[in-house]
Design a protein around this ligand. Structure first.
Ligand SMILES: O=C[C@H](O)[C@H](O)COP(=O)(O)O
Ligand SMILES: C=C(OP(=O)(O)O)C(=O)O
Ligand SMILES: [Mn+2]
Length: 418
């Protein structure tokens, strides 16, 4: 941290993160291409409006107050182009079905948020991998490199960030067209459901060169907002309270999320909350817990108490995917539906016991009949996994598995709104 950062006169701007330690950024080999990409992105139209960002924040405040539930889902790593557009519509459809089911059972409005229109960058455990005897950089999301198992294609290419933006924009345009054709009205609360027509969107704010270039000024308030998405989140690997990612998200007006994994230290989480939600505003901060099926009952209570004692009115959301990833004997990354439903159920029960509202569920789901996670009628055992395993990164739920996860949550004695 520089001396300037600790002084009271320090003021945030979209590039103050550059003074801090930044992890999980690609080693862009061509700095001229990087500069060109940043300038190009900075000149493009925003993908979201300050009004929409405010509306999502208000909706999340309802979830923080126990009056709404959030359903967030989509790919681990999003494809480009036509596949992204088809995928977004498939996700909108399944999230809508799940939201109706939850809303009906819980008697609360459900806010749906896609993991899309920007979910193009991945933090990885290892910088390299060996494929057919050749060492190559790991795939880090389509905004960085190609998933093809060819070493030259794995070199980071900053021009991909511009392609990512255009892919996201095509998805946003599709969703906007869908919205116009829908007669329910925005975030309508008629009937049991509360669905933003065409979904709100979110992604992990990992690639800070991309995100910085898409910060815009809200002409009504003069403040900054992130125009690459409605609801950015920080991943488990980049949530250091004094790190660059937290600094970056601390200055934008959007509601923000942060993943919390099993290694989180309570003091760190409290420091993180202080930095991201200094005004303790409902809707500003969502903690997306991914603790693992076998540890959630032990780890969640002290976490909830620490955040509550610090006075942050967060949305408590459950990600039952990332704490439950396994690799099969043949090297296939998968997740067991029993672990996923187990963590989701335990999360909801534990929050209920603590007198807190379980505010939502964060899923990696395909919206298609994939065979990536184990369980349900379609994927009874590991031999089925290779049949339709199309994920670019982590294994996603198919529609049946997603529905079974939701039914598990609803069976877990989820408290009805008081
Ligand atoms: O979800 C995304 C992460 O990038 C992923 O879980 C890390 O996976 P890895 O251990 O295969 O790198
Ligand atoms: C990388 C991800 O999760 P986490 O940061 O929780 O590991 C993800 O959501 O794809
Ligand atoms: Mn993932």
């Amino acid at each position: 941290m520089t001396a300037a950062r600790s002084s009271a006169a320090w003021e945030w701007n979209p590039s103050t993160w550059r003074d801090l330690v930044v992890t999980h950024q690609p080693d862009w080999p061509d700095s001229c291409e990087l500069t060109r990409a940043r300038l190009r992105l900075a000149s493009e139209p925003p993908l979201t409006s300050p009004e929409d960002v405010r509306e999502v924040r208000q909706a999340l405040a309802e979830a923080a107050a126990g009056r709404a539930y959030v359903l967030q889902g989509g790919d681990c790593a999003e494809p480009f182009g036509v596949a992204a557009r088809r995928g977004a519509l498939a996700k909108d459809k399944i999230l809508g079905v799940l939201a109706e089911r939850i809303s009906h059972a819980m008697d609360v409005p459900v806010l749906t948020i896609g993991r899309l229109a920007g979910q193009f960058a991945k933090p990885r455990s290892e910088p390299t991998e060996v494929i057919d005897g050749e060492v190559m950089p790991t795939f880090r999301g389509l905004a960085v490199n190609s998933p093809l198992p060819v070493a030259s294609q794995r070199v980071p290419d900053a021009r991909r960030m511009v392609t990512a933006y255009h892919s996201a924009r095509a998805v946003m345009d599709d969703l906007a067209r869908r919205r116009t054709g829908d007669h329910h009205g925005r975030t309508s609360r008629d009937g049991l459901s509360w669905r933003h027509n065409g979904m709100w969107v979110s992604h992990e704010a990992l690639l800070l060169d991309y995100e910085e270039a898409l910060v815009r000024v809200d002409p009504n308030t003069g403040g900054w907002y992130l125009a690459s998405t409605h609801f950015p989140w920080i991943g488990e690997r980049t949530r250091a309270a004094d790190g660059a990612h937290v600094e970056f998200l601390s200055g934008i007006a959007n509601p923000v999320g942060c993943k919390i994994g099993p290694d989180a230290v309570l003091d760190e989480v409290v420091a993180l909350c202080a930095k991201l939600d200094p005004e303790r505003r409902p809707g500003r901060l969502t903690l997306i817990c991914r603790l693992g099926a076998h540890r959630v009952r032990t780890l969640l209570p002290p976490l909830v108490r620490a955040v509550r004692d610090a006075g942050h009115p967060v949305v408590w959301m459950c990600d039952p995917m990332h704490g439950n990833t396994r690799t099969t004997g043949t090297g296939v990354k998968t997740r067991h539906l029993d672990d996923i439903t187990g963590e989701a159920e335990a999360f909801h029960e534990t929050l209920h016991e603590l007198g807190e509202w379980p505010g939502g569920l964060h899923l990696e789901l395909a919206g298609e009949d994939v065979t990536e996670c184990l369980g349900g009628s379609g994927v009874p055992d590991e031999t089925v996994l290779p049949r339709r395993y199309t994920s670019l990164c982590d294994p996603r739920l198919n529609n049946e598995q997603a529905l079974l996860t939701v039914e598990g949550v609803l069976r877990s004695g989820l408290p009805l709104r008081s």
